[in-house]
Write a protein that binds this ligand. Structure first.
Ligand code: X8Z
Ligand code: ZN
Length: 614
């Protein structure tokens, strides 16, 4: 097992150098405190970068092994590597905090010390037993999710379905009973995580307190170059900007669902049932498109059908996504990407299928791990994942403490901002739609498709970490985990379960990022930021038409703009990075609202006689 190099405390050596004692009875000046110097701080940062690189590489290698082959042996190694990083940070973070008090630090040293304080999303207690337990729980929950399946029947008739198969039912079968069964089935996977999760929160909070944060939520909210309270206010500001558009879409969707399923299944005025949106978490609603299509007589816009019929191979899908980046003048992916990635669900192994992008050695060892199917959704996800890879590629020569997005929302937004350029005209170019019309009706149809992904997602992206922040702060105690979850689902999404879900369930655990401990507000931010990036790249490509029809495919100017920002990594506060690409310093929803203006007008017209809201 990799052993972390322990930091030798410079403070132990440097504190209190006493003055020479006089011998003639005269007053002796009290010993003068001599703290560490700015040079020592810089040396500390350099060493921390080296140490962390070794630890993170070992951790990433072990978790790659584990997530692509879930076995007890891999779980053990993965957990040990995680623990080693935790142990290191337990000592390094307090040291970083002390160095931050030194006067005369240069800007880079100061920023890296600040970033070190925030490194990692799971702070651990310094007690070795507690730390080991926390690492084990974290690793185990990830595996429980990855291995999750729902079985029915007995003996020879036993059939088990994994998440991918259950998702397929929701996406393709519009029969309400079949959808409910798939939804209920997947939600049997998470109750066994409940106890682990409560312990995980307790130990993680203990770790957060030890490094000077009120709880884990405060640590997470501190990663945005502003005080945590200001970040909360900013999130609220953004949510208020987009909430009316979400409500318009909710209202329209509910009406159509009510027409299809009747009052007994979908009320005309209440929340939308959680199992009917075509997605396990009701986070995006694309499968409802045929039911919601505004103008059915316009040319068919279904790239998924073509992908399926032309039987696109996973590699071809990945190459197509790469082609977009290369067309903008960015580098091709390294050969090792094609050799080391996991593109399909392997036979005879359990894996974590949830898509992810990696730089295993923090040195351009780019990979993705995904169970690719020939669907449009997966083609978009491939752009998303490659967005991460291109970020990694742009900054891999920076110190590891800077090998990050300007903030985590930036990282999530890159690939999506590229995928927004997959307009009907672009899809025609790559052979995924036959015929393109520029009519207003067609534009609204296309907007509806995009909205079912981007607008439907907003309240979901907003609520997940509201739940976790409240759990971490104790506002939602363990005995109210499920109630707290559904209260927020109702408040933000206007979604409710088909029947009451008491505390024998643990529905948050049925969403990857909860057992995987991935902070989620990043996706909410990304949903908004990606339109800012997209607009900026459209502008640099010289495009002047309506925002929603812009594709900057092939624009080297847009590529250069993007890469300028990517190369900065997290070396500067995020407003600097935003300015580098867009000329503005504020996260703002006006680009997403501008983009969807035609659809919003259509929705308002359609909802005129409805009683919207829930
Ligand atoms: O988890 C992801 C990516 C990997 S970072 C596939 N996403 C969120 C989700 O699936 O819930 C992308 C959109 C939101
Ligand atoms: Zn992502």
């Amino acid at each position: 097992m990799h052993k972390p190099t322990l930091l030798i405390s410079l403070f132990a050596m440097l504190t209190s150098v006493s003055g020479l004692a006089g011998c003639s009875g005269e007053e002796v000046a009290p010993p003068k405190e001599v703290g560490p110097t700015a040079e020592e701080a810089t040396a500390f940062v350099k060493k921390a970068n080296d140490d962390l690189k070794a630890l993170w590489v070992a951790e990433a290698q072990a978790s790659w092994e584990y997530e692509t082959d879930i076995t007890d042996a891999h779980e053990k190694v993965s957990s040990e590597k995680r623990e080693a990083t935790m142990a290191y940070l337990t000592t390094a973070i307090p040291e970083a905090s002390k160095f931050l008090a030194v006067e005369g630090l240069d800007a880079d040293t100061k920023r890296q010390l600040q970033l070190l304080r925030l490194a990692g999303t799971l702070p651990s207690p310094s007690d070795p037993e507690a730390r080991k337990q926390l690492a084990e729980i974290a690793t185990r929950m990830n595996g429980m999710y990855g291995k999750g399946e729902y079985c029915t029947g007995e003996g020879d008739k036993k059939i088990c379905r994994d998440l991918g198969q259950l998702e397929e039912v929701l996406a393709t079968d519009r029969d309400a009973a079949a959808q409910l069964e798939a939804w209920n089935g997947w939600h049997t996977v998470s109750p066994p995580m409940r106890e682990d999760y409560a312990k995980f929160v307790e130990l993680g909070n203990q770790g957060a307190k030890e490094i000077g944060f009120a709880d884990m939520g405060e640590l997470w909210r501190s990663g945005y170059d502003m005080p945590p309270a200001e970040f909360e206010a900013d999130v609220d500001r953004l949510w208020k900007q987009v909430e009316p558009l979400y409500k318009d879409l909710h209202c329209y969707t509910r009406k159509r669902l009510n027409e299809k399923y009747g009052d007994a299944v979908v009320s005309k005025t209440g929340p939308i049932p959680a199992h009917l949106t075509g997605n396990m978490w009701a986070q995006t609603w694309e499968p409802l498109y045929p039911m919601l299509e505004p103008y059915p007589n316009e040319p068919d816009l279904d790239p998924g059908k073509e992908l399926h019929e032309q039987n696109w191979e996973p590699k071809k899908m990945a190459q197509t996504a790469e082609g977009f980046f290369v067309g903008m003048g960015l580098d091709p992916l390294p050969q090792t990407f094609w050799e080391r990635s996991m593109f399909v669900q392997p036979e005879g192994k359990e894996v974590v299928c949830h898509a992810s992008a990696w730089d295993v050695t923090f040195n351009n060892d780019l990979r993705i791990k995904m169970c690719i199917k020939p669907t449009y959704d997966d083609l978009v996800t491939l752009h998303h994942e490659l967005g991460h890879n291109y970020y990694y590629h742009a900054y891999y020569e920076l110190p590891v403490l800077y090998q990050n997005g300007a903030n985590d929302g930036f990282h999530e937004a890159i690939g999506d901002s590229i995928a927004l350029s997959m307009t009907p005209s672009y899809l025609k170019q790559i052979g995924l739609v036959d015929e393109v019309s520029q009519s207003n009706e067609s534009v609204v149809n296309y907007q509806m498709q995009v909205a079912l992904s981007k607008i439907a997602f907003l309240p979901f992206g907003r609520m997940i970490d509201q739940w976790r922040w409240d759990v971490f702060s104790g506002k939602i105690p363990p005995e109210k985990y499920n109630q707290g979850w559904w209260d927020l689902r109702l408040k933000f999404q206007g979604i409710a379960p088909e029947s009451p879900r008491d505390e024998s369930y643990f529905d948050p655990g049925a969403k990857y990022h909860i057992p995987g401990n991935t902070p989620y507000m990043r996706y909410f931010l990304a949903d908004i930021l990606q339109f800012q990036f997209y607009k900026a790249m459209c502008d640099s490509s010289g495009y002047t038409g309506p925002l929603n029809q812009c594709s900057f495919f092939g624009s080297k100017e847009a590529g250069t703009k993007l890469n300028t920002m990517l190369k900065m990594g997290s070396s500067k506060p995020w407003p600097d990075a935003l300015e580098a690409i867009s000329g503005t310093r504020q996260a703002d929803a006006s680009a997403i609202l501008e983009y969807f203006a035609p659809l919003q007008a259509y929705l308002k017209e359609q909802n005129a006689s409805e009683q919207c809201g829930w």
